[in-house]
Ligand binder design. Structure first.
Ligand code: UT7
Length: 338
């Protein structure tokens, strides 16, 4: 009787795209009642990138995908699933942004769909790719987190407009029979009772487009910042401690801790709770702001491009966002070093 060999999901490559235009704190000082000093002290953000008016989520995603594909060494016709995580899709209802991305990069007749998990999107994508691969249904899954957050930000609201930026990050997740290359563990969760902490009230079935929606600005993101902040620190720390303990790995064995880039104070609090050094904790929030589902892959791309992320090294991902959702993953980088 033949026995099927176990299959593991491996993280093969990373790519990202950052739009050209930069929005600095000095620019924001001219738009709302804020100061560079306040933004830096409370968030660690110096600047964020903003997509051009005619540059859409799928355009940024397609550029990140092309890089991830090229760096993976996998041919486009070997890709059998494309998934995009975004809360700023090209179209809110249909078609999915993943379908548009697939077309833009020349992948046709392949399953494609979007997922919505806000800032937790990229680790949620990893969980979906892992499940498809380990069940034997797919072999090469292209995942991409992409956001044009500037399309849902109210640039007269100082509590949100200082935080968010645009960008995209993609990765190739492939089947392997080598357990040492596979994702070690992943935990993803949600609690909808906090849904009102981070919400874009319209458009949707609750608030279809209407004059009232526009008059009240319901198309813009709303956030209970301070409450979200406190819960983020608590949840991120707990989640990452649990995944490390479960796998009997101590924090000092992790060369690359990549938390969601929402606020430097959150990142610092979680890093300190784990007693991690500055070298271990990846921080890109200062130059990109919060790019939601794109934040982790953009940070990963930065450390890969600078030669800091080497083949076989352990990565610990940790994220938290609207939903509320959260997720963490422990995995080796199974691609080539730069
Ligand atoms: O990615 C998903 C997860 N998202 C997050 O994790 C974001 C979490 N939240 C945060 O990053 C922080 O809560 C913020 C950066 C949004 C706000 O920082 P905070 O330390 O929590 O400030 P706060 O909301 O408690 O506001 C303190 C004061 C308020 O004034 P009063 O009431 O004390 O007079 C705000 O009105 O700061 C004021 N304020 C500002 N002042 C200058 C709020 N935004 C600004 C601003 N410039 N941009």
């Amino acid at each position: 009787m033949s026995q099927t060999k176990p299959v593991y999901a491996s993280f093969r490559s990373i790519g990202a795209y950052v739009p050209e235009k930069i929005l600095t704190n000095a620019d924001l000082e001219k738009m709302v009642d804020t100061t560079d000093e306040w933004i830096l002290k409370r968030t660690g953000i110096k600047e964020r990138h903003i997509a051009a008016e005619d540059e859409y989520t799928s355009d940024m995603a397609a550029k990140a995908c092309e890089l991830a594909i090229e760096r993976s060494g996998i041919a486009k016709d070997e890709i059998d699933l494309v998934i995009c995580a975004t809360v700023t899709p090209d179209y809110f209802n249909m078609p999915s942004t993943a379908c548009i991305i697939s077309d833009k990069i020349g992948i046709r007749d392949v399953q494609a769909f979007d997922i919505s998990a806000a800032c937790s999107g990229f680790v949620y994508l990893l969980s979906v790719a892992k499940a498809f691969i380990e069940s034997g249904m797919k072999k090469n899954v292209l995942i991409v987190g992409a956001e044009k957050f500037s399309s849902i930000v109210d640039y007269t609201d100082r509590t949100t407009c200082i935080l968010f930026g645009d960008g995209a990050g993609a990765a190739m997740i492939s089947a392997t029979s080598n357990k040492a290359e596979g994702i070690i563990d992943l935990h993803a969760s949600a609690d909808g009772s906090y849904a009102d902490f981070l919400v874009t009230p319209a458009p949707g079935s609750v608030n279809p487009v209407s004059q009232k929606v526009l008059d009240e600005g319901l198309q813009y993101v709303q956030m209970k910042g301070n409450e979200t902040f406190k819960l983020a620190v608590k949840t991120l720390t707990k989640d990452v401690k649990e995944i490390l303990a479960k796998n009997e790995i101590s924090a000092d064995e992790i060369p690359h801790f990549i938390p969601h880039q929402a606020n430097y104070r959150i990142i610092k609090a979680v890093g300190d709770a784990l007693k991690m050094t500055e070298e271990q904790v990846v921080v890109t929030v200062g130059k990109y702001g919060n790019t939601s589902a794109a934040s982790i892959p953009m940070a990963l791309n930065d450390i890969w491009e600078s030669g800091r992320l080497q083949e076989g090294e352990l990565m610990l991902l940790d994220t938290f966002g609207g939903g509320l959702t959260w997720a963490s993953a422990l995995l080796p980088f199974a691609g080539k070093s730069k």
